[in-house]
Design a protein around this ligand. Structure first.
Ligand code: ZN
Length: 346
C-alpha cells in the first residue's frame, strides 16, 4: 500500500520533468533552425563577386609601402553632413546585369540576396534603409547602399586605393597625393590642359566626330591636383552648399585625369547649364558615350551625385561602360558602380 502511494505522489513530478524537457527540446530545435536560416541569409550567393577593397581608415593609407599623412590644410575644411534628398524613381524594367556571372539555384530568405549586386557585408544596411524608405524597390535599396547613398553626403567616406579609380564621389575619395600614372596634353600645343592618355585619345575622337557634324568642341580644363582643387573650392562664397558646383579636394574627378570641361559660348566659357541647351551641349549629350565619355552631372541625377547640372563636364569611363550606362538608362555612374560592385576601368 505504501509503495503504491509513493508511486502516485511521484507521478505529477515526473509529468513536470517531462514537460520541462519537452519545452527545452522545442527551444533548442527552434534556435538551431533560426541560426540555420540566418546563416543562409548571410552567406554570399556569389562567391566570385569582386568586392572592392577599401582602407578601413580615412586618417592614413598605405601607398607604395609608405604610410601617408594628410596635408596640414585638410583640417581647414571640416566636412558638415548634408541631408540626402529623395526624388521619384522610375525602375529600369529591362535591366540586365553588366557582368552576367550570377546563378541562383536555390531560394534565398533575403530578397536582397537574390540580386547579383548584393554584398553580404551590407546586409544590415539594406534592411535598415529598406525600413527607412519602404517605397524604394529592392534593386534601388541595394545599389544605393553599395555606394553609400543611404547616408548623408560625406558622412561615410571610403578611400579607393585602385590606381585608376572608377567612382569619385562624396562617398569615395582619392588617397592623399594621388596622381594619375601618366598625363599628356589634351591639345599638342597647350601643355596647361592635361589628361590621361586614354582620355585624350577619346577626346580627340569626340572632337573629330563633332567637326564632322559641323560643330566644334574644345577643352578648357582637365587634370587638377588636389592643391589646385582646394583653391577653387575655397574661393566659393558658400563651398558646402548642395547641390555643389565645385568638388571638395580629393573628391574631384579632375584629379583622376579622366574629366574634361568643355568650352561653350557663354560668359563662363563653359557649355550652357541654364536656359535652353546649346547645339554643342545637345550633341555632346547624345554622342559622348560612343567615344567613351559620360556627361557625369545632370539635372536628373543631381540628388545622387550632389552636384549641379554640368553639361560641360564629361568623364572618360571607356566605351563599354559609357554605352552600357546610356543604353540601360542608368541615372548615374553611382548607379552603375552600385549595380556592378568591383568593376574597374578597362
Ligand atoms: Zn569639371
Amino acid at each position: 500500500m505504501r509503495k503504491r502511494q509513493q508511486n502516485r505522489s511521484f507521478m505529477p513530478v515526473m509529468l513536470v520533468i517531462i514537460a520541462v524537457i519537452t519545452v527545452i527540446s522545442i527551444c533548442l530545435v527552434a534556435i538551431l533552425g533560426f541560426s540555420a536560416i540566418r546563416y543562409i541569409a548571410d552567406t554570399p550567393i556569389l562567391a566570385n563577386t569582386n568586392i572592392p577593397v577599401f582602407a578601413e581608415t580615412t586618417d592614413s593609407v598605405e601607398v607604395g609601402g609608405y604610410a601617408e599623412e594628410p596635408p596640414d590644410w585638410i583640417i581647414m575644411f571640416p566636412e558638415p553632413e548634408i541631408e540626402y534628398e529623395e526624388l521619384p524613381y522610375v525602375p529600369n524594367a529591362t535591366y540586365v546585369p553588366y557582368i552576367p556571372n550570377a546563378t541562383h539555384n536555390f531560394p534565398a530568405p533575403s530578397p536582397f540576396a537574390l540580386l547579383p549586386f548584393y554584398i553580404v557585408e551590407n546586409s544590415q544596411a539594406y534592411a535598415y534603409f529598406h525600413v527607412e524608405r519602404p517605397y524604394l524597390d529592392y534593386e534601388e535599396v541595394v545599389w544605393k547602399v553599395n555606394v553609400f547613398l543611404h547616408v548623408p553626403f560625406y558622412s561615410e567616406i571610403r578611400i579607393d586605393n585602385n590606381p585608376n579609380p572608377l567612382l569619385v564621389s562624396p562617398a569615395f575619395r582619392l588617397p592623399y597625393y594621388f596622381t594619375p600614372a601618366e598625363l599628356v596634353p589634351v591639345n599638342e600645343d597647350n601643355p596647361n590642359i592635361m589628361a590621361t592618355p586614354a582620355t585624350v585619345e577619346a577626346f580627340r575622337s569626340l572632337r573629330t566626330a563633332a567637326i564632322a557634324d559641323g560643330l566644334d568642341i574644345a577643352a578648357v580644363s582637365g587634370y587638377r591636383p588636389a592643391s589646385r582643387q582646394r583653391v577653387i573650392f575655397g574661393n566659393q562664397s558658400d563651398p558646402y552648399r548642395v547641390p555643389a558646383a565645385v568638388a571638395r579636394p580629393y573628391h574631384s574627378e579632375h584629379q583622376t585625369g579622366r574629366a574634361i570641361d568643355l568650352w561653350g559660348p557663354t560668359p563662363s566659357g563653359l557649355l550652357d547649364a541654364t536656359g535652353p541647351p546649346s547645339a554643342v551641349g545637345l550633341w555632346v549629350a547624345a554622342n559622348a558615350h560612343y567615344h567613351g565619355f559620360i556627361v557625369r552631372y545632370t539635372a536628373e541625377n543631381s540628388h545622387i551625385t550632389s552636384f549641379i547640372s554640368e553639361p560641360w563636364h564629361i568623364t572618360y569611363v571607356g566605351r563599354e561602360i559609357a554605352k552600357y550606362i546610356v543604353n540601360n538608362n542608368l541615372s548615374s555612374l553611382e548607379e552603375f558602380v552600385g549595380r556592378n560592385p568591383g568593376v574597374t576601368l578597362p
